[in-house]
Design a protein around this ligand. Structure first.
Ligand SMILES: Cc1cc2nc3c(=O)[nH]c(=O)nc-3n(C[C@H](O)[C@H](O)[C@H](O)COP(=O)(O)OP(=O)(O)OC[C@H]3O[C@@H](n4cnc5c(N)ncnc54)[C@H](O)[C@@H]3O)c2cc1C
Length: 323
């Protein structure tokens, strides 16, 4: 029986694990997740607009996993690919034949001076709840919406947020001349040029001011001002920003992450080393960090893990598909 360890039970880890056991081969699948919950992150924008609470997005991961998958609720603290061993926060150790890294991404709010005190985000359940309260009480003025650094989860999410905010402000009769300014670290308003062009046309049509490229160097919470890397200043009444993202910290300490915090994987096979695969947000791939991309990557990873344990060559079949 081959032992496959899947690290993380978000979109990527759940789909890989279920596909592996449903293939009915001689494989024993263990999923390790820090909290054992599955969070539907796409709902966080609804949370920020008070349509639902962040708690409603949280589900017990167990019923989402096939009964043949073993779930271990523990935090991965290290992985040693040479010894094919995983160290867990509880002190337990897990040996594997193939490991699949699917630990997603995390907000790195330490990455920009003043970001925690000076801005809000909808990219975190607790903060999205707070933002809903703040938006409900917003008295008027300029709301800056945008992203700080690339890459981050769900590239269109700041455009989606800006358009929904515009609709909300229009519906409320634009309290005290409220207006929106969209900031983005690169000139094209999305990593994908086609979506960037589409987004620009929509924002212009709605009268949303655009400042791009605007690479935020620091936020001055007292003065309520963003300062760019070229010294441009942008005052705000409320700043709603996607913070910088990084991979899980054990990837840095295990030497698996490139300097940017993400794991380099072959873009076609998603293989990240001997007996190692990486997919979803955790991977450094020329694909969006999205649940949709993770789901297509999961199909390719499951097929390649099965190939590997059966002594076949992994197929270079993943072609970057997302939605
Ligand atoms: C506001 C917002 C809107 C979005 N909208 C969309 C959308 O409309 N469409 C879309 O396709 N995508 C959307 N996404 C992106 C999507 O949610 C992510 O890309 C997707 O969840 C990535 O899947 P993943 O499995 O790689 O990571 P995740 O789903 O984040 O799962 C990672 C898992 O790993 C676990 N983990 C992390 N570190 C450790 C550790 N050290 N030890 C053990 N476990 C660990 C975590 O607990 C978590 O369960 C959105 C994201 C946000 C924030």
């Amino acid at each position: 029986m081959s032992r496959v360890a899947v690290l993380g039970c978000g979109v990527a880890g759940t789909v890989v694990a279920n596909r592996l056991v449903r293939a009915r081969r001689r494989v024993e699948v263990t999923v390790i997740d820090g909290h054992g919950d599955h969070i539907y992150q796409a709902g966080l924008i609804d949370v920020a607009f008070g349509v639902r609470t962040s708690e409603s997005l949280r589900r017990d991961a167990r019923p989402l996993l096939d009964p043949l998958v073993r779930l271990v609720v523990d935090k991965v603290e290290g992985i040693d690919p040479a010894a094919r061993r995983i160290d867990l926060a509880s002190g337990a150790r897990l040996e594997y034949d193939v490991a699949v890294i699917a630990t997603g991404s995390r907000n790195d709010r330490g990455g920009i001076e003043g970001i925690s005190e000076g801005s809000r985000t909808f990219h975190c359940p607790r903060q999205a709840d707070e933002l809903a309260r703040e938006l409900a009480a917003f008295g008027g003025g300029r709301i800056v919406v945008g992203a700080t650094r690339l890459p981050y989860r769900c590239p269109p999410s700041p455009v989606e947020f800006a358009l929904r905010l515009d609709a909300k402000l229009r519906g409320a009769g634009r309290p005290n001349g409220s207006r929106i300014t969209y900031v983005y670290p690169i000139e094209q308003l999305q990593p994908n040029p086609a979506i960037g062009g589409w987004a620009r046309a929509l924002l212009v049509e709605r009268g949303i001011e655009i400042r791009a490229p605007f690479q935020i160097e620091r936020i001055e919470p007292g003065a309520k001002r963003l300062v760019s890397s070229t010294g441009e200043e942008l005052p705000f009444d409320l700043a709603v920003l996607v913070p910088p993202h990084r991979g899980a910290s054990f990837l840095d300490s295990s030497g698996l992450a490139a300097g940017n915090g993400w794991v380099k994987a072959d873009p076609r096979t998603l293989r990240a080393g001997d007996g190692l695969y990486c997919l979803g947000d955790a991977a450094d791939l020329p694909a969006s960090k999205s649940g949709a991309a993770a789901r297509y990557q999961a199909a390719a990873v499951a097929a390649n893990v099965l190939a590997e344990i059966e002594g076949r060559t992994p197929s270079p079949d993943y072609a970057g598909r997302a939605t």
